[in-house]
Design a protein around this ligand. Structure first.
Ligand code: FES
Length: 278
């Protein structure tokens, strides 16, 4: 196991006060949280925090808001276990423990000046929203922006109002699709991979940013490579079973890397050919 230096601040648990809590779907709950005195979380898009409830436990959760949002930050939690179940019972006014932010986020400075193709499926929109809103808030620093979103059904879509706003912007090309539609759905039906061939892009100046369930990556990357986007310009954020967030417990190890420290964001050229990665 490689040696990892830990700063004292990485152990520090701050009190996070829930300002807003609401269900986005039957399984996902949104939280807006503030640190004491309105202290900034000071995160990069793509990073995560460790959220804890005393006596129950701690879990890593992606930050969904852009660093351009000041005074509070946002998380979305799927009800899938003991801690997430307990988090779902919390409401505005309650407190949680917050450690972090942790991990390597999206390399915003490298992305500047380039065209961006965002591809998010399922819960992938939660961390990707942090970068998308950062780009929208600094729109002049980036080239063309394409956003492709995929979901199982229209009922599984998160942040519907915000998606509508992205869709209305003239400086963003937004497309979404669902695997299974209902009669009211007027949009695309089919897998997210079906949206990629129709995108008009200049591969040498495009960075693709892909976040979604593990099964999606292989198929999306095949389509991106067909579009001749260089491997080092394909960024993925990997979901792993993380625990400590500090490079200590080894739970998130991929080959000789720790997802919590070396990732969760990787360029495709760094992880291709590693069977545990994709
Ligand atoms: S979560 Fe413990 S080493 Fe990465």
């Amino acid at each position: 196991m490689k040696a990892v230096k830990i700063k004292d601040s990485e152990y520090e648990i701050k009190k996070g006060k829930i300002l807003k809590a609401k269900m986005l779907t039957t399984m996902e709950k949104y939280f807006e949280i503030a640190l004491p005195g309105g202290e900034s979380l000071d995160h990069e898009p793509g990073q995560f925090v460790e959220v804890s409830i005393l006596g129950i436990g701690e879990a890593p959760i992606s930050i969904s808001s852009s660093p351009t949002k000041r005074g509070s930050f946002e998380l979305v939690v799927r009800n899938a276990g003991k801690l997430s179940g307990a988090l779902h019972k919390l409401e505005a006014g309650d407190e949680v423990g917050i450690r972090g932010p942790f991990g390597k986020g999206f390399p915003v400075r490298i992305l500047e000046g380039n065209d961006l193709l965002f591809v998010a499926a399922g819960l992938g929109v939660v961390p990707l929203r942090s970068l998308i809103n950062f780009v929208i808030d600094n729109r002049r620093d980036f080239g063309k922006v394409n956003i492709l979103l995929g979901c199982r059904t229209p009922q599984n879509m998160l942040f519907n109002d915000e998606l509508e706003q992205w869709g209305k912007r003239l400086d963003v090309n937004f497309n979404c699709t669902v695997d299974k539609a209902d009669p009211d759905w007027k949009g695309n039906v089919g897998l997210i991979t079906t949206l990629i061939p129709g995108i008009n892009l200049e591969p040498e100046r495009t960075f693709a940013v892909v976040v979604g369930p593990p099964i999606m990556y292989k198929f999306v990357i095949v389509e991106l490579l067909k579009k001749q986007i260089p491997e080092r310009q394909i960024l993925v954020s990997l979901e792993r079973h993380m625990k400590c967030g500090l490079g200590k417990c080894g739970h998130c190890q991929i080959n000789n890397m720790y997802c919590c420290q070396d990732g969760p964001v990787f360029t495709y050229d760094k992880i291709k050919g590693i069977p545990e990665a994709l």
